[in-house]
Each structure stands twice: as structure tokens, then as C-alpha cells.
Design a binder for this molecule. Structure first.
Ligand SMILES: Nc1nc2c(ncn2[C@@H]2O[C@H](COP(=O)(O)OP(=O)(O)OP(=O)(O)O)[C@@H](O)[C@H]2O)c(=O)[nH]1
Ligand SMILES: [Mg+2]
Length: 306
């Protein structure tokens, strides 16, 4: 039986993993690709943001797959291996707080899988700052060390490239590095897979809170809510039911202090509802504004849903 390459896509919260997967799936390559996506919160927002997926997509939520979800990962792999006709590749998006080598190591022993290599995404704007952070720094550096190839996202000026490369190589000597936009789907089968030891070294933990409502909300309210969230939040993501545009779901993205809301795909048959997840390192204990995320975020749901 042919073995299916098992390709792991890791990297810290918000680095660009889902964006890369969407780009790969959108390429005109004719490959049959299965996707396993692990998100840290109770709701798997990423599974809802992966678009144009004709092949199977399996969502693993409610924890980080490298520490807690071993059984679910195993049953997700089995489901994908039983898809007919056989898939050309399985992509796994790890949660942003995962150690990718532990997940990649499944392919070494799982019948039917072949190690396909580990890509680790690195946000050029944040990675060096995060690496110095006393809570998350060791995790961020270990993620880079477990990469077979680092893909750098969000590089704003071309002349920063040599120094970003030098810095990454100082953390992860000899790792291959590319700018993520240069990574095309035909390179999926050329990731130089090597045998990283599945170190889980840092003891940083993370918390997530989830907010959901099926009432529509006003854009202004959501915007001021996003602005009011404390700076200790490392990641915000979600789908928003905008009273002003009930045909489309709107997408909320927050990475560090950068927060955006944009219009997304039409709701189609999926239920209209707002679902937002916020994630932060446990030690930071952010102070949420009164009411926020405790009782429906303090937002006033627009009860006159269109
Ligand atoms: N400018 C720019 N923005 C990017 C790039 N890649 C991702 N982003 C943006 O960064 C934000 C987070 O991207 P995601 O792809 O969701 O990041 P992720 O690593 O999947 O995030 P988690 O799964 O939550 O860890 C989104 O607003 C993306 O549009 C890039 O190469 N350039
Ligand atoms: Mg993602």
C-alpha cells in the first residue's frame, strides 16, 4: 500500500499557518489533500476559515494536539487513511502552542503514513520579540528548532530579509528558510524531512475564552470591544454575525495588538452566529473590561436579527 506523506505545519499563534493551508488548497495542483486542523479553543475557528477544501477536513478542538489530544489525532489520521481514492498528502495544522516534532513523529510509526516534513511559520514582525518573552520565548524557539523548513510571513521590507534569516539560523542552525509566499504546492513533497527529537521543553500554558451568540451584533460595538481587549491577549480570532451585512460572515483576526475585521464568504447554509476565541499565556492574567467575556462580552446583541 502506498504511504501518504504526513506534512506538519506549525508555528506560534497567528504566524500564518491557516493562510498557507488556504493558499495550498487554492492552488491548481489536482492533488487530493486531507487536512487535520487543531485549534486551541473550544471552537475550531480555523476549520471554519479553511476554504475551498474539496478533500476531507477534520477538526480537532478543545486543547493542543501535541499534549492532550493524542487519541483524536490518531482517529483523525485513520479516517483520512481510509478515504478512497487514497489521498496524495495529509496536512496537519498544529495549534499555535504545539511542539511540531511530537506530532510529526506519528508518521514514523503509523502504518500507512510517511514522514513528509515539518514547516514552521515565523511572523517576521513578531518572532524576535516573542523569542525574548520570558513566558513564551522557549516555546517559540523550540518550535523553530523542530522545523525542517521555516517559512517567514509578513516581511514588510525586502532588506530585512538577510537579518531575519541570520536570526533564525542563530536559533535553528542549518534549517532551510524561505519567504512563505515563495512556497508553492509542488514544494510540498520536497520538504527536507529529518528526525527531530520530540522535545516538549517549556512549561508555559495557555488559556482560551470563547464567546458565542446567534444574535446579530453591530460592527461599531465589535470594533470598540476589540480595542478594549487587554494587550496581554496574544490571539483573537472569530466569525462575526454583522447586523449591517447579514449575508456574509465577517472575520475577526487579532495577532498581538494588531486587530482587523473584514468581510468573508457568504453564510450559505451554515448557521449565522458570532463565535470568537481569545488566547493568552496563563501567567499574564489579563484584566478583561467589566462584563467582557463573562456575560456575553458586555456587547448588546441586536435582537432584531434580520
Ligand atoms: N501581511 C501578511 N499577513 C499574513 C500573512 N500570513 C498570515 N497573515 C495574517 O495573519 C493573521 C493570522 O493568520 P493565520 O493564517 O490565521 O495564522 P495561524 O498561524 O493559522 O493562527 P493560529 O492558528 O491562531 O495560530 C491573519 O490576519 C492573516 O491574514 C502574510 O504572509 N502576510
Ligand atoms: Mg490557524
Amino acid at each position: 500500500m502506498a504511504e501518504v506523506p504526513f506534512i506538519v505545519i506549525g508555528g506560534y499563534l497567528g504566524a500564518g499557518k491557516t493562510t498557507l493551508i488556504n493558499r495550498i488548497l487554492g492552488d491548481d495542483h489536482g492533488l487530493r489533500v486531507g487536512v487535520l486542523v487543531n485549534d486551541f479553543g473550544d471552537i475550531n475557528i480555523d476549520a471554519k476559515l479553511i476554504q475551498g477544501q474539496d478533500g476531507p477536513l477534520i477538526s480537532l478542538a478543545n486543547g493542543c494536539v501535541c499534549c492532550r489530544l493524542g487519541n483524536e489525532l490518531g482517529s483523525g489520521i485513520e479516517t483520512l487513511l481510509n478515504v478512497a481514492p487514497t489521498l496524495d498528502a495529509v496536512l496537519v495544522e498544529t495549534s499555535g502552542v504545539a511542539y511540531p516534532a511530537k506530532i510529526a513523529s506519528y508518521a514514523k510509526t503509523w502504518p500507512g503514513l510517511a514522514p513528509g516534513g515539518t514547516l514552521v511559520m515565523a511572523d517576521a514582525n513578531r518572532i524576535q520579540h516573542l523569542a525574548l518573552d520570558k513566558f513564551v520565548g522557549p516555546l517559540v524557539i523550540e518550535q523553530l528548532r523542530q522545523a525542517d523548513r521555516v517559512l517567514v510571513t509578513k516581511l514588510e521590507k525586502d532588506n530585512d530579509w538577510p537579518s531575519v534569516q541570520r536570526w533564525i539560523n542563530a536559533q535553528a542552525p542549518d534549517v532551510s528558510i524561505m519567504q512563505s509566499h515563495e512556497f508553492a504546492s509542488q514544494l510540498l513533497f520536497e520538504i527536507p524531512a529529518s528526525n527531530h527529537s520530540p522535545v516538549v521543553s517549556a512549561d508555559v500554558t495557555f488559556e482560551a475564552k470563547t464567546f458565542t451568540t446567534s444574535d446579530s451584533l453591530d460592527l461599531d460595538d465589535i470594533e470598540s470591544w476589540l480595542v478594549s481587549l487587554p494587550p496581554e491577549i496574544h490571539r483573537i480570532k472569530g466569525i462575526f454575525y454583522n447586523a449591517g451585512d447579514p449575508k456574509h460572515r465577517w472575520v475577526i483576526q487579532g495577532v498581538g495588538r494588531q486587530r482587523t475585521i473584514s468581510t468573508g464568504e457568504a453564510w450559505g447554509k451554515s448557521p449565522k452566529q458570532t463565535e470568537i476565541v481569545v488566547i493568552w499565556p496563563t501567567s499574564l492574567t489579563p484584566k478583561f473590561p467589566d462584563g467582557i467575556l463573562e456575560d456575553s462580552t458586555g456587547l448588546q446583541p441586536n435582537r432584531k436579527s434580520p
